[in-house]
Design a binder for this molecule. Structure first.
Ligand code: NAD
Ligand code: WQD
Length: 339
């Protein structure tokens, strides 16, 4: 059986996806330089699946080293997660973001071409839509100018893939635009373990409840939404992982009509910041210390997905809701804080 190369396999979404791939019978090789993770992720994958995966501690920007991985393995496909993802850091250090996120993809594509690995799944982001004109967002919703160098890297990477596909007609790609991934694995052995300080809402909520932070600031309460706070589409990490397995299968079964297929991955439900906080309070039984503060610059008012295309093409439907996300995130926070 040919293997699947997962880049960024020690990271949050990559590690959950590897579990789903293994449980679906695939053989996986991971490449990660641990710039935002550590090798413990692989131990947890082994604990959950009973399998030790083959892994390389390599920077994708080092093409010579990366070539070794292609030389030593026979791949059917690549799932490319490895990237830097902090919006704020990308504003303060744009060159680091452009270098890492663009060069990593370019090196991969060179090697995929050289070694004839025809399938690529790429991690993109709803941030490419910016302040969308209409909701819910479909794959045909026009992209807006990127709000940050991070979002710009996703727009440029998508373009690089489409340009590559135009001149390499035997290659196919699925570009997955994630909305707001959150939550943890049902085993409670794995979840989001940010290397640096968390800057997404769900881990900030659980860290506040755990006493790692004094209080949560709700960024803006005067938006034109049902309670004045921003609306986002939170998608459970296990649902997101399953969509990658579905996307690989879609390519392996030669079901892709287009060279590049863009797919939104969201729950289809918009939740306000206050609704997320209240869901947390309900499932955890804890009162959260939060206050309403100023808007955060660059925040879009509301964004949530239409996932009809994911359902039609890869048969995907989210199985878990906001309560499931918050409960799993809370259990994981308690577990990781105790160890
Ligand atoms: P993560 O930081 O947990 O995982 C990314 C992994 O890639 C990390 O383990 C990191 O060490 C590795 N990595 C980064 N650069 C590398 C390089 N040059 N060489 C080798 N390894 C490298 O992030 P995540 O949340 O799992 O995100 C995975 C992908 O999904 C990223 O491309 C991210 O931009 C995208 N995405 C994430 C979100 C989100 O909210 N988590 C939303 C939309 C899109
Ligand atoms: C969610 C909501 C905040 C923290 C980011 C990236 C996007 C994608 C997903 C990678 C917003 C509010 C947050 C806090 C708050 N990632 N909030 N207090 O901004 O939707 O998207 O992650 O691709 O590209 O931009 O996610 O978790 O930061 O914020 O009130 O302390 O929570 O204003 O409305 P965001 P987030």
């Amino acid at each position: 059986m040919k293997k699947i190369l997962v880049t960024g396999g020690a990271g949050y979404i990559g590690s959950h996806t590897i579990i789903d791939l293994i449980e679906s019978g695939h053989q996986v090789v991971s490449v990660d330089n641990f710039i935002n993770s550590n090798a413990q992720s692989y131990d947890r994958i082994t604990e959950i699946t009973g399998q030790t995966i083959q892994q390389y501690a390599i920077d994708l920007c080092d093409r010579q080293k990366l070539e070794q991985v292609f030389r030593e393995n026979d791949f059917s496909s690549v799932i490319h997660f490895a990237a830097l993802k902090s919006v704020g850091d990308s504003v303060s250090d744009p060159l680091h973001y452009y270098h890492n996120n663009l060069l990593g993809l370019i090196n991969l594509l060179y090697l995929q071409k050289q070694y004839q690995v025809h399938h690529l799944i790429f991690s993109s982001s709803c941030s490419v839509y910016g302040n969308a004109e209409s909701l819910p967002v479909t794959e045909r919703t026009p992209l807006k100018e990127a709000e940050s160098p991070y979002a710009q890297t996703k727009q440029v990477c998508e373009q690089i893939i489409f340009d590559f596909l135009k001149v390499n007609p035997t290659f196919k790609s699925v570009i997955l635009r994630y909305f707001n991934p959150a939550g943890a694995h049902s085993s409670n052995l794995m979840g989001e373990s940010p290397h640096n300080i968390a800057n997404n809402l769900v881990p900030i909520i659980t860290e506040t409840a755990m006493g790692k932070r004094d209080a949560l600031s709700v960024f803006g309460s005067d938006y034109p939404t049902r309670d004045g706070t921003c609306v986002r589409d939170y998608i459970h990490i296990m649902d997101l992982a399953a969509a990658h397995t579905g996307s690989v299968q879609f390519l392996l079964d030669n079901k892709a009509r287009d060279a590049g297929t863009i797919i939104n991955l969201g729950s289809g439900t918009g939740s306000t910041v206050l609704e997320v906080i209240h869901a947390f309070e309900k499932v955890s039984g804890n009162k959260l210390n939060y206050s309403l503060t100023n808007r955060r610059p660059g925040d879009v008012v509301a964004v949530y997905a239409d996932y009809t295309k994911a359902n039609k093409l890869i048969g995907w439907t989210p199985q878990r809701n906001l309560d499931d996300i918050m409960l799993s995130a809370w259990r994981w926070e308690q577990k990781r804080s105790a160890t």
